[in-house]
Design a protein around this ligand. Structure first.
Ligand code: 13P
Length: 248
């Protein structure tokens, strides 16, 4: 039985004050034994959240991590720095990074490796665009994105990683993949990993992301290969986020 994971991705939203109050409201809604909840906050709020969450089961993650360990990379944040800020997770390869900031399968694989070197669990985001889905390319795209990481990091690296399947057409659009559409891809991702290592395939958490809300979470999370959610918009509201968590 895989431990479910519900993770918020706040993206570039909020203020110092709203980050603190959102985090506090989430923690207030959690019991001492509630595991598998995390929020990925903007870098500049991580140190505040580290202090706020010090005696909570709520984990904190970053939304990206540098593809290099240190040096002349203006504007980048290394895995070592994120570790100092108490990050348990780092997203890598989010579609917004791939489409707006030039992240490639190659650099995403480097980011993945950098996170793991510091013991941070990378959350590898993969998913197809609408055009790719309509061209029947969904499986080719997610396989390519997954294989790039496996080739660089080795299949064993997936032992300490999370995968998030986020169809690009469902992100921030209000259009969610149906339970069956999502399950079909999750199952294929797990099968691809199983072809190399069945133990890891059985164990790895595969999250769904893309317009997940309290109204659709229950159905998605009930699917056999959907182990949790990576939630954008609905994670900015503590009540909605906790409701999704409670619907597991
Ligand atoms: P939305 O939940 O706002 O669609 O965002 C999903 C996402 O991109 C999470 O990383």
């Amino acid at each position: 039985m895989r431990q479910p994971l519900i993770m918020g991705n706040w993206k570039m939203n909020g203020s110092l004050e709203s980050a603190q109050s959102l985090c506090s409201a989430i923690m207030e809604g959690l019991n001492a034994d509630d595991m598998g909840v995390a929020v990925c906050a903007p870098y500049v709020y991580l140190s505040t959240l580290q202090v706020l969450t010090s005696s909570s089961t709520l984990s904190v993650g970053a939304q990206n991590v540098a593809d290099q360990a240190s040096g002349a990379y203006t504007g980048e944040i290394s895995a070592t720095m994120l570790k100092e800020m108490g990050c348990a997770y780092a997203l890598v390869g989010h579609s917004e990074r791939r489409s707006y900031y030039g992240d490639t399968d190659e650099t995403v694989a480097d980011r993945f490796c950098e996170a793991q070197k510091e013991g941070i669990i990378p959350v590898l985001c993969i998913g197809e665009t609408l055009a790719e889905r309509e061209a029947n390319e969904t499986f080719n795209v997610v396989n390519r994105q997954l294989d790039a990481v496996i080739e660089k990091a080795g299949i064993g690296a997936l032992e300490n990683a999370v995968i998030a399947y986020e169809p690009v057409w469902a992100i921030g659009t209000g259009v969610t993949a149906s339970d069956e559409q999502a399950q079909e891809v999750h199952k294929a991702i797990r099968a691809r990993i199983a072809a190399k290592n069945t133990v890891i395939a059985d164990k790895i958490q595969i999250l769904y992301g893309g317009s997940m809300k309290p109204a659709n979470a229950k159905g998605l999370l009930a699917m056999a290969d959907i182990d949790g959610g990576l939630i954008g918009g609905a994670s900015l509201d503590a009540t909605s986020f906790l409701e999704i968590y409670r619907s597991i």
